[in-house]
Design a protein. Structure first.
Length: 68
């Protein structure tokens, strides 16, 4: 579910992960491992808020191919 703040649309973690095509567990693991930066934007409860740009960055990371 999205929310509008000052005319800008934000998404919560579950919706952002769904749009990026990853699980919440993957998202939190990537933050812990430093693969992606934690979101700086949070609501008054401390919940992360994502813009379309944030989701696009996560989606791009999900689409990367790593050589092992």
């Amino acid at each position: 579910m999205s929310t509008e703040i000052n005319g800008k649309i934000y998404y919560r973690t579950q919706e952002a992960c769904r749009q990026a095509g990853i699980s919440r567990a993957t998202f939190f693991r990537w933050i812990e491992e430093g693969i992606i930066e934690d979101m700086a934007t949070r609501d008054r409860r401390g919940w992360r808020l994502f813009t379309e740009e944030d989701i696009n960055r996560i989606r791009a990371e999900a689409g990367r191919i790593k050589d092992w």
